[in-house]
Write a protein that binds this ligand. Structure first.
Ligand code: ADP
Ligand code: ZN
Length: 294
């Protein structure tokens, strides 16, 4: 089977081909331009590649409500030119194959659940900590959508006692994304997060905030694993700091051995690494193909 995959990001698009085992056979990447131009590059890439289905994990917000006439549209993104763009419809008019369509973070959660760090489990939460903070939720064997889609990056946080920063989210004071995304680190400390040394106080404060998102996910959704990906989480020393902060927050209340005794195996990095997004899109495409064959 040849599954086309699109990881649609606000900065770059990755297109590729994967198989039913999640193996990526090839991929290309190009910067996100205006929608028409970007679509042209995608269509050109897939034109002679003869895929059986296409899966798309997209930046958002997007419409994923199958009953809506705006299903497949990008909705209120501040990204210039993309707001109200009928992304999926444009592709559908070009290639007559089944389509999987979901948020980038739901795709990543699904990819990790199918082939990665949550393989064999029927639930996981995936947080990405990058340019923004997003949350994908997979539970009882399926992705959660709800009214719109979960927005776990915008939960309100308790302020760290040593932190004077108000956050950079235009909608909320001290929401998780506003306090802990890569750009928030950069604004607070006046340098790129990549350049902050490991022993900088920034990381304890960062872990304090991320742990609040993780704690909320544990309490609200009770996932069997939590996966933390995105650029900022490349700082692997954050993991033990987050583990300690989550334990402090829960204070033994959630009495599961996975958390109390083995938290390092419970809150983990993505196993699919840099292919997490693309593999997730393959998983969405594969699911759409299997559904169409029923
Ligand atoms: P995006 O969220 O746009 O898909 P990323 O997940 O790579 O992309 O996130 C980009 C953000 O992560 C930027 O703010 C960048 O400064 C930060 N970042 C990327 N790599 C690292 C790293 N190794 N250490 C710390 N921060 C990083
Ligand atoms: Zn916010």
């Amino acid at each position: 089977m040849r599954i086309g995959a699109i990881e649609a990001g606000g900065t770059k698009f990755v297109c590729g081909i994967g198989d039913e085992e999640g193996k990526i056979e090839e991929k290309v990447s190009f910067p996100t331009e205006q929608p028409e131009q970007t679509l042209e590059s995608i269509i050109e890439y897939f034109r002679d590649r003869h895929v059986d289905a296409i899966g798309i994990g997209s930046f958002g917000p997007i419409n994923i409500d199958r009953t809506s006439r705006y299903y497949g549209y990008v909705t209120t993104t501040p990204k210039k030119g993309w707001s109200g763009y009928p992304f999926l419809k444009k592709l559908e008019s070009e290639f007559k194959v089944p389509y999987g369509w979901d948020t980038d973070v739901n795709a990543a959660a699904f990819g990790e659940a199918t082939w990665g760090a949550a393989k064999g489990l029927d639930s996981c939460v995936y947080y990405t900590v990058g340019t923004g903070i997003g949350m994908g939720v997979y539970t009882e064997g399926r992705l959660i959508h709800g009214l719109v889609h979960p927005e776990g990056g915008h939960i309100l946080t308790r302020r760290h006692p040593d932190d004077r920063f108000n956050g950079l989210c235009p909608y909320h004071d001290h929401c998780l994304e506003g306090m802990a995304s890569g750009p928030a680190l950069e604004m607070r400390w006046n340098r790129k997060s990549e350049q902050l040394p490991q022993d900088h106080e920034a990381w304890e404060i960062e872990a304090f905030y991320i742990a609040q998102g993780v704690t909320a996910a544990i309490l609200m959704l009770s996932p069997k694993r939590i996966i933390l990906g995105g650029g900022v989480m490349k700082q692997k020393h954050l993991f033990p700091l987050i583990h300690v902060n989550v334990q402090k927050n829960l204070n033994g209340y959630v009495n599961a051995s996975e958390i109390v005794n083995h938290i390092e195996d419970y809150i983990v990095a993505p196993l699919l690494g840099d292919n997490a997004g693309l593999c997730g899109a393959v998983a969405l495409g594969l699911q759409a193909l299997l559904e169409a064959q029923k």
